[in-house]
Design a protein around this ligand. Structure first.
Ligand code: AMP
Length: 213
């Protein structure tokens, strides 16, 4: 079963994807992670994407779609979760075409609903290891020693685009471009709307239940 996880930035897509990978063996395709890896490796794609990401804007569709196309071609039949893609209706149409070409489909498009005030608190307090693998929150999930990762001992960082001035831009992009995808998948008949408020385990059990019914 192939999944798509969408919702506002900070709705918990990355956290839930990590749990789904660990417990259900999915392959995780996160366009945000792919861009951050490209930025770290200083590739041409990374340098281009960074211009948009630092401002809280969406990277142009053509760049994102090409990158996802390459990822889909490496799947070899493994079930996958798309996290952070599609983020616009043209991306959703392009995804449809790419999947059709490979006789694949999205079985469930899971939307995680989290109220706006919580989203802003979650994003502005989020801290992580430089590779983004271990994620904390200054208030809701603090590390044992402030600013230091419990697992690796590394100094925690704040993502450039989690700074307050950029958060607003990301939320605007979400409202204007990504929210309409709810209707898009509702019309297709595979939308699953879930409450994204609560602990990671609480949200995971809602997702798990939706997958098993
Ligand atoms: P994320 O880690 O999913 O919050 O993504 C971080 C940033 O990467 C976003 O704010 C965008 O600038 C860019 N990005 C990630 N996925 C997409 C996408 N599907 N379309 C356009 N831009 C994207």
């Amino acid at each position: 079963m192939n999944l798509l996880l969408f919702g506002a930035p900070g709705a918990g897509k990355g956290t839930q994807s990590a749990l789904l990978v660990e417990r259900r063996g999915y392959r995780h395709i996160s366009t945000g992670d792919l861009f951050r890896a490209a930025i770290k490796n200083e590739t041409a794609l990374g340098l281009e994407a960074k211009k948009y990401m630092d401002k809280g804007e969406l990277v142009p569709d053509s760049i994102v779609i090409g990158m996802v196309d390459e990822e889909l071609q490496t799947l070899q039949g493994q079930s996958f979760i798309l996290d952070g893609f599609p983020r616009t209706v043209p991306q959703a149409d392009a995804l449809d075409n790419l999947l059709k070409e490979s006789a694949m489909k999205i079985d469930k498009a899971i939307f995680l609903e989290v109220p706006r005030e919580q989203i802003v608190k979650r994003l502005s307090g989020r801290r992580m290891t430089p590779d983004g693998k271990h994620v904390y929150h200054v208030e809701y999930a603090p590390p044992k020693v402030a600013g230091i990762c419990d697992v690796t001992g590394e100094k925690l960082i704040q993502r450039n685009d989690d700074k307050e001035e950029v958060i607003e831009r990301r939320l605007e992009a979400y409202d204007s471009s990504t929210k309409p995808l709810k209707d898009y998948y509702r019309k297709k008949g595979n939308l699953v709307e879930l409450n994204g408020v609560g602990s990671a385990e609480e949200v995971y059990s809602r997702i798990s239940q939706a997958l098993d019914t």
